[in-house]
Write a protein that binds this ligand. Structure first.
Ligand SMILES: CC(=O)N[C@H]1[C@@H](OP(=O)(O)OP(=O)(O)OC[C@H]2O[C@@H](n3ccc(=O)[nH]c3=O)[C@H](O)[C@@H]2O)O[C@H](CO)[C@@H](O)[C@@H]1O
Ligand SMILES: C=C(OP(=O)(O)O)C(=O)O
Length: 427
């Protein structure tokens, strides 16, 4: 099994190209099921999760094509999906269990084919992550849904789903996306209240609009959709990954360095950029570039409270915990989205971090120096936090179970090496 070996090696400097967002490309790939015409996506990141989604779509009968030479090559990286050949409506357990975003085929399959069978994704390291809100939204749109033998089985009552007014009980990114994709082909108007407002939802809506959907209010808590009978071919550029970008900026801050992110989307990152400034970084924005400079200073600890967008994202919590581990002072971290998203704490403690956890709150007191140790990644962002800690620890840190990392970071070791880090993959 592959591992990453990272050696503390002074400040990071230079430019890093940000990839397309995992959390945008996955729902958008699922949205290609909504039309029998080809949809081309650009700025597609070369991630394990993208390959899993490709397998899910191919399992349904769609054709997914890309040029392996150019795949993962930044803005020009293209994937085309042709769903005209879809002949199955079943997303099997073997694929869904490895990537819960596969549940996002539920809405598109129901909307286009009137039926869907999607395995329940199950829990994962960060929490139980149920899909009840997805199911309730499908029911509001006129689907009969049962859960049998570990599968969500859904059927439209008539030929098509019916537009409806649906209010999400709590804000959910995935349930908003599933409902949005289902509603674009429903008969009549749908209003989705208490919708999630993440930039990746806006990107999905923009792609659906390019495919001919009528959507208003995306990026606000109320999305209105006027259903159309069919969607058509389109080309769409996937929005930049704000979490990948934030991860590199935190790495630079921790190492007291100075870096510039390129092809990023600063306007989607206010909460993270504000916290970096609070930590003592000089952050300037110029179009798609974010420049962060620590001027050689040690970062200051910051308090973090995770909540739905536009508040501070849970997917950046572990990285800021790593920052607090070596910062001046103490920071309080409150995790409000997932019940079990402190799995990185015990591994950071192995590197010498001073962290006390009480329920959903962690108090982190910065230490002058972390000391390298073998550590185990438990989930995607936990993996990132361990690499960041390893970058500033004294000695060689070996991070095991990096398959989590490959789900969501394209070539992280090459990108960090390009910034001057000493990091490599070992077998
Ligand atoms: C592929 C993708 O985009 N993943 C992101 C998405 O996950 P995901 O879409 O799974 O996260 P949600 O926004 O749905 O989850 C928010 C909260 O709602 C709960 N919930 C969700 C659905 C449901 O049916 N019932 C229910 O109780 C969850 O357990 C969680 O406590 O948003 C999360 C929150 O920003 C991010 O951490 C993930 O990176
Ligand atoms: C939790 C995450 O992703 P997923 O929903 O794909 O598990 C993440 O990106 O940090």
């Amino acid at each position: 099994m592959q591992k990453i070996l990272v050696t503390g090696n002074g400040p990071l400097h230079g430019e890093v190209l940000i990839s397309g967002a995992k959390n945008a490309v996955l729902p958008i790939l699922c949205a290609t099921l909504l039309t029998d015409e080809p949809v081309t996506l650009r700025n597609v990141p070369n991630l394990h999760d993208v390959k899993t989604t490709k397998k899910v779509l191919e399992g349904l009968g769609a054709t997914v094509s890309y040029d392996p030479e150019r795949f993962g090559s930044g803005p020009d990286s293209e994937v085309t999906v042709n769903a005209s050949t879809v002949n199955s409506h079943v997303a099997p357990y073997e694929l869904v269990k490895t990537m819960r975003a596969s549940v996002l085929v539920l809405g598109p399959l129901l909307a286009r084919y009137g039926q869907a069978e999607v395995s329940l994704p199950g829990g994962c390291a960060i929490g139980s992550r149920p899909v009840d809100l997805h199911i309730k939204a499908m029911q509001s749109l006129g689907a009969d849904v049962t859960v049998e033998h570990g599968f969500i089985k859904a059927k439209t009552r008539g030929d098509r789903l019916k537009g409806a007014h649906h209010t999400f009980e709590i804000v959910s990114v995935g349930a908003t996306e599933n409902a949005l994709m289902a509603a674009v082909l429903a008969e009549g108007t749908t209003v989705l209240d208490n919708s999630a407002m993440e930039p990746e939802i806006v990107d999905l809506a923009d792609c659906l609009i390019a495919m001919g959907a009528n959507i208003f209010g995306h990026g606000t808590p109320r999305i209105e959709i006027h259903g159309v009978e069919r969607l058509h071919a389109a080309t769409h550029d996937v929005v930049a990954d704000r979490i990948e970008c934030g991860t590199f900026l935190v790495a630079a801050a921790m190492s007291r360095g100075s870096i510039t992110t390129v092809n990023s989307r600063p306007e989607t990152m206010d909460a993270v950029l504000d916290k970096l400034r609070e930590a003592g970084a000089e952050v300037t924005v110029d179009g798609d570039r974010i420049h962060l400079d620590m001027r050689g200073k040690r970062p200051k600890a910051v308090d973090i409270t995770t909540a739905p967008h536009p508040a501070f994202p849970t997917d950046m919590q572990a990285q800021f915990m790593a920052l607090n581990c070596i910062a001046e002072g103490a920071g309080v971290i409150r995790e409000n989205i997932f019940e079990n998203r402190f799995m990185h704490v015990s591994e950071l403690q192995r590197l010498g971090a001073d962290i006390r956890v009480d329920g959903h709150t962690a108090i982190v007191r910065g230490v002058e120096q972390l000391s390298a140790a073998p550590v185990m990644a438990t989930d995607l962002r936990a993996s990132a936090s361990l690499i960041l800690a390893g970058l500033v620890a004294d000695g060689d840190t070996l991070v095991d179970r990096i398959y989590h990392l490959d789900r969501g970071y394209e070539n992280i070791e090459a990108k960090l090496s390009g910034l001057g880090a000493t990091i490599r993959r070992v077998d």
